[in-house]
Design a protein around this ligand. Structure first.
Ligand code: SF4
Ligand code: SF4
Length: 70
């Protein structure tokens, strides 16, 4: 199972909750870049390791994450 994980960069507030729940440890806060509100947003560091579990999307309090199974 592979997945495409998308983040709404303008909705993300960089709280980091999604980085804590990913069983593969591949969701990280992007360093070196911020969104228009000044937050380091979440990204998937190694997309090929995603198992499409959806934990990150369920955890996000702002529904900024979409997981599409492929
Ligand atoms: S869908 Fe699961 S494995 Fe993939 S990035 Fe989100 S929490 Fe991690
Ligand atoms: S849980 Fe949502 S708001 Fe928090 S860092 Fe992750 S994507 Fe951004």
């Amino acid at each position: 199972m592979t997945a495409k994980v998308s983040f709404d960069r303008e909705v993300c507030k960089g709280c980091g909750l999604c980085t804590l729940v990913c069983p593969r440890g591949i969701v990280v806060l992007e360093q070196g870049a911020v969104n228009s509100k000044g937050y380091h947003v979440a990204v998937v560091s190694r997309p090929e390791e995603c198992i499409a579990c959806g934990c990150c999307a369920r955890m996000c309090p702002d529904s900024a994450i979409t997981v599409e199974k492929q």
